[in-house]
Design a protein around this ligand. Structure first.
Ligand code: UD1
Ligand code: CA
Length: 520
């Protein structure tokens, strides 16, 4: 084989995984944003095999479509009711050419941390030594539950003894009575010569403590036929660790995350607190970006260079441009442009696209909102089904009322237009380029370029109301004192009593002195 490209990889994923106590099949549980079987497929695919087979049985209707989605080129093999890893591999071979030669790798769908490099190293060692079988082993402090590796005096592997068969041998006295004391365990990951695998599997029976067809028996049979069987010891035990229950799911998820975070730090990303930073396997991050504590970068998120993310931020499949700042934010399926700023306390829902240098500020929620370059939505706003063009400014407390109870409607705010605070834009509404909307408006009609729209009730002040209706209160006393003070200083009137709260206020006041704010 050139460059140790295996003829096939067979991934075993037919088992039930009862200890997870889950409706979802074990191999579909995710860590690091990928299912367990997806991790196994990625590691296997990395070796560039001619064929990649996944053996399924339990909840096939869920597992098989998932495999096809992760890797459309993968072959699906169905295991029948005969149990055991040996039978699973036999079923895997049935979907491959019957005269296949070369190296066949076997891995498990529930061993997510196994790396392509390890498979490549095993394959290279296997082919260089001319082995019939090579098995990845580890030496464990507590080997209970695993198959034990029995070696002969020259170090070659004689056979593998399963835990239950070793117990039986100890109780009943047999050749493998001492096997339980062996600390070298079978990881379940192998390289086989295709011919040897086929021949030996056809001779494997089910006469053992579990009544299953053991793949491990192939090693003993190959050895008995005088073929070389060797172990490839892997120090990093996590790579061969499988998931059997939810505690292991969490442990392996944490180890995977530690590895991914470390990898990004070595690529030039500053991670302030690796322990509270979670990065999924498919995420990419540019150099000199700083990830602050409590940040989760999930799904297909991509972060540019020189960005600052966090603290306390969760991004799911979000694209963040160079130099952007995203603080205390929850975002999903959104695009944040270069040098844009988001947060704190912002919620970006799918379809949000913030242009370069734009801003989404505190307590702002957006959905299907395309916000142009340099446009700002700084405070307390809901922008749904909106186009906010470049340089526009949306005042505090603006609501894009996009839903009429039945249908969703769109609102457009033109280039460099200005929406005053506390405005309701009752969609569909179109504010042209270079237009203003007065603060406090409830807008139902379009606004043309250069216009200001004012859509609110005119202010009416009633003199002496406090004294008549709230006599004896602190408010009445304050009013009396203010009036006395004004009289003493010779001032005339207390004015209309309102404070300007938006830049549009001047325009709005000017308008209502002439006519009522119109309800379009
Ligand atoms: C197997 C090995 C054992 C090794 C251990 C490592 C055998 C007989 N024993 O034991 O030496 O130390 O793995 O974890 O091989 N599977 C199928 N079809 C089946 C049975 C299993 O596809 O009929 C798949 C499972 O989904 C799983 C893998 O094979 O991904 C291993 O099965 P499991 O039952 O966990 O094997 P063990 O008994 O733990
Ligand atoms: Ca297992």
């Amino acid at each position: 084989m050139s460059e140790n490209r295996p003829a096939a990889v067979i991934i075993l994923a037919a088992g039930e995984g009862t200890r997870l106590k889950s409706k979802t099949p074990k191999v579909l549980h995710p860590i690091g944003g990928r299912s367990l079987v997806s991790h196994a497929i990625h590691a296997a695919r990395g070796t560039s095999p001619e064929h990649l087979v996944v053996v399924v049985r339990h909840k096939r209707e869920l597992v098989a479509p998932h495999v096809a989605e992760v890797d459309p080129a993968a072959l699906i093999a169905d295991q029948d009711e005969v149990k055991g890893t040996g039978r699973a591999v036999e079923c895997g071979l049935q979907v491959l050419p019957p005269d296949l030669t070369g190296t066949v790798l076997v891995t498990y769908g529930d061993v997510p941390l196994l790396e392509t490099t390890t498979l490549r190293e095993m394959t290279a060692a296997h082919e260089a030594s001319g082995n019939a079988v090579t098995v990845i082993t580890s030496v464990l402090e507590d080997p209970s539950g695993y198959g034990r590796v029995v070696r002969d005096t020259d170090g070659q592997v004689l056979r593998i003894v399963e835990q239950k068969d070793a117990q039986r041998a100890r109780d009943e006295g047999g050749e493998d009575a001492g096997a339980l004391d062996i600390k070298e365990i079978n990881s379940g990951i192998y390289a086989f010569d295709a011919q040897v695998l086929r021949d030996c599997l056809s001779r494997v029976g089910t006469d053992n403590a579990q009544g299953e067809k053991y793949l491990t028996d192939v090693l003993g049979l190959a050895r008995a036929a005088g073929r070389p069987v060797r172990a490839h010891v892997v120090e990093d035990r996590w790579q061969s660790e499988g998931v059997n229950d939810r505690t292991q799911l969490a442990d392996l998820g944490r180890i995977l995350n530690e590895r991914l975070v470390r990898r990004w730090m070595l690529e030039g990303v500053t991670v302030v607190d690796p322990a509270t930073t979670w990065i999924d396997a498919d995420v990419t991050i540019g150099r000199d970006t700083v990830i602050r504590p409590g940040t989760q970068l999930l799904g297909a998120t991509t972060i540019g260079e020189d960005a600052v993310i966090g603290p306390d931020t969760t991004l799911t499949s979000v694209e963040v441009g160079d130099g952007a700042s995203v603080v205390r934010t929850q975002a999903e399926l959104a695009v944040i442009g270069p040098k844009a700023t988001v947060g704190p306390f912002s919620y970006l829902r799918p379809g949000t696209e913030l242009g370069a240098g734009g801003k989404i500020g505190g307590f702002v929620e957006t959905k299907n909102a395309v916000i142009g370059e340099g446009a700002k939505v700084p405070h307390l706003t809901y922008a749904g089904d909106a186009t906010i063009k470049e340089g526009a400014n949306i005042g505090a407390g603006t609501i894009f009322a996009n839903y009429d109870g039945v249908d969703k409607h769109h609102t457009t705010i033109g280039r460099h237009s200005f929406v005053g605070s506390d405005t309701v834009l009752i969609a569909p509404v179109n504010v042209a380029d270079g237009a203003y909307v007065a603060a406090g408006s409830a807008l139902t009609g379009d606004v043309e370029p250069g216009q200001i729209a004012v859509s609110r009730a005119r202010q009416r002040n009633v003199d002496g109301w406090v004294a008549r209706k709230r006599a004896g209160t602190k408010t009445a006393a304050a009013a009396e004192a203010a009036a006395a003070e004004a009289a003493a200083s010779g001032a005339t009137s207390a004015g209309d009593g309102t404070e300007a709260t938006g830049t549009d206020e001047a325009g709005a006041r000017h308008t209502h002195s002439q006519d009522e704010g119109s309800q379009a």
